[in-house]
Design a protein around this ligand. Sequence first.
Ligand SMILES: [Fe+2]
Length: 176
Amino acid sequence: MKTNGTLESPSTKQNKKVSHPIEIGISDKNRQEVANALNKLLADEQILYAKTRNYHWNIESSNFMEMHLFYERLYTELAETIDEIAERIRKIGHYAQGRLEDFLAQANLLEGEYTNDQDTQLKNLLDDHETLIREIRKMIDDFEDKYKDKGSADFATGVLKQHEQWAWFVRSYIVH
Ligand SMILES: [Fe+2]
């Protein structure tokens, strides 16, 4: 299944059930490029999910219940987005990564050290959301202009806006 950190497309798989050919007006090469980018994004989202949940469990502050519930909201919404990214990859004819070791190998975001300090947690989360916002913004242009995949560009725009909302929420808790 795994070759050089990427998944094989259905058309290259041997001795396994091969999906019906996909004819949606995007070249095989372009669909592969988009799927690779989305699989990398999926890996980063999984890192951010685990980090947010880790903070939900371990936060210690005078504000405990507020932060505990805030993090729960974030990772619950993130889980939805993760599901949609994986399913978008399937819609363009490729397989979604689903193993933790593949996510770790592909992710750009770092898991970081354990911390139960609210301010450090919030800054780490904001940094990750803003990093992804910048990455996705580039991705949208590539999907649209380079790979001619308007559906994935539109989809990624939705993910971008979701991260902009989460970044706003997280940023608003950071007071200097
Ligand atoms: Fe919980």
